[in-house]
Design a protein around this ligand. Sequence first.
Ligand code: GDP
Ligand code: MG
Length: 728
Amino acid sequence: MARNENSDQQALSDPKLLDKIDKLFACNVGEYISLPQLVVVGDQSSGKSSVLEGLTQLPFPRDSGLCTRFATQIIFRRSKEHSTRTITASVLAGSDASPEKAAGLKDWTWSKVGAFDPSEFSMVMNEVHVLMGVSIESHSAKPTFSNDVFRLEICGPDEDHLSVIDVPGIFKNTVPGVTSKTDIHLVHNMVVAYMKNPRSIMLMVVPANVDIATQEIVELAREYDPDGQRTLGVLTKPDLVDMGAEHRVLDLIRGEDLTFKHGWFLVRNLGQRELQEGVDRNAAEKAFRQTEPWDSVPQDRFGIQSLRVRLQDAVIYNARQSFSQVRSEILKRLKSRQQALKDLGDECITSQQQRSFLLGVVSRFQQITSYGLNSLYAMDDVFVDNPDLRIATLVMNCHIAFAENLSSWAHEYRFIMNNMNQDEGTSAFGTSFMNLQDLKSMNKSDTPPPVINTRTTEDIEELTEILHESTLEKYPNESGIHQWLTEVFHLSRGFEMGTFNPSILAEAFRKQSAKWPNFALGYISDVIILIHRFILKALKLSCGSQHVCDRLKARLMNDLLSKYRDAIKHVCFLLHIERSGMPLTLNHYFNDTLQRMRTARIQAQLAPKAISDQRRGEMVRLSDVSTAHNKSNTKQTVEDIHDILQSYYKAALKRFADNICMQAAGFYLVHGPETPTRLFDPLFVHNLSEEDLEEIAGEEPRVRRLRAQLVKEIGDLEAGKMILQETR
Ligand code: GDP
Ligand code: MG
């Protein structure tokens, strides 16, 4: 305010401190941290602007039908650099303003040197209304109120430090075409936001000619300042108090109301008519002071000067009290925001940044893959917490389980053993998984026959369409192979004599291996799931961001599916070769087994006829050989079929298990040159267009917004930190 002739008027000052606080407001620090400030609150038309005008001697627009539509911050600053008063106006965008609007507001300033005349002021105000996008006329489509703040800085050699915010008056009734119910809330919230700030001092303006109990603002002040430490009550319009009702006002001023520690002040402003007549404000107040009963009001409670003195004390006290907290809050918040920005990682804006980021991801992915496939789990910490990454072990376990299931469960009928060397036989012929005795006892009791699932992994939804569903398979038929083979022979024999049609072997083999498809397809589905889980986990760990990982996955998914399909197709191909083609093996193992089976069969038949000789060991008479070998043609042929089928099945099973593991799983999924894990390589990144890169590695809108917000806040807080460090 202009330092007037009143020499007793004290300067509202601790210039350095207050100046710093104003500067902090100017660089938006007030948005993040509660800064000490003075705000004028009250209901509409309670006389806020009149009080402000009295305090500041600026011509505030009063009751011109244009109520205050936004908060106005007025800052007086003494500055030796200015030889005359300089007024600068600007607008701080509200936190709800769009970036475009904020930029527009930031660019706007207005300034003038010298006195401030009312017509000029209303012109500027009109401009500001347009800028903020609030309506001037009624029935406009534009909003009536704005959260932006109009800032008026008044610098001069003789100004006193004072910074005050004039907010729109709260109201309860709407004016058709001007204010709506939404506006009531909007203004209410705006005012409350200022009142809530624990470091604000409230100049609460209430007309003396109404019952203060009906004033909403008093209720709000009690709510947000329950201790009453931050509220100064100002009673206006004492000249309009009804005759006889004066004592209520006087009681209030004399301190009957204990809620507000700073108490109440009485201020006499000018009425509308007096304003038009050009009455001097201070003279009118002085004259009013002489009248009864107002002459009894204590001097320090009457008039704008007393209010100013008291305000000065309160403002300075408040600023000193909270300044060190403000400082530490700014530093603390700056640190936490900087950390938050760091946590967001490096910015990926240009294609080059995005490409090199993705190349980094590729190289990490390939490193994890290489360690995983070579079971070098000790090389990297990622293997400690992520069992899915131990891919070599997982796949190997799957291979072994497959081979065991195949040999114990995958044949329809158990072959007949003729005391063959058990070590020699694979479990397809013995009972590697389940002891036959156990099985028999199980079947005798009421327990259901044992079954096995052909899959061990849980399905992943995105793969369900290509994977083989798990099936339940029964344990092989224990007896009955002889009868079955006899039927096969009877149904398929031709004109052969003493031998059999080779297609019988193919037919019997097909039946005997009927469960192979379910086991093999179940197994390959398991391996696909293991590989898929591995890829997803390794991708996630390499990307560091779920967003990038999801985008990459979406990008790779079709190719991954096609790789998985290739593996499945190869299983079908191997199944077709084994089960639908002509039986063939060059493996000598087939002959060896067959010979041993035949020998064992003869030995078994002759054993009962054996004579023990001390010197020569076990012997059989030649005549016994012929009788022992005397059996029907059919029986003989069926026995032959059995032995050949058994020998062939054994060889084919080993071949099949190896081929499936080595080719379908090994080549197509794990180690081959074109496995799914190799899809994500530098070439893939190299081939991405700029749009692709943006889509995959570009920052997601949420992060981009957050980053922009953090950068702005850090900039503001850093500017604030500089202000704190200034020595003058
Ligand atoms: P605001 O809406 O709270 O800013 O209130 P204003 O300052 O615009 O005042 C509203 C109306 O009340 C104006 O016409 C003022 O002239 C009038 N007014 C304010 N204070 C007094 C006062 O102490 N006495 C009289 N008679 N009128 C006043
Ligand atoms: Mg006003």
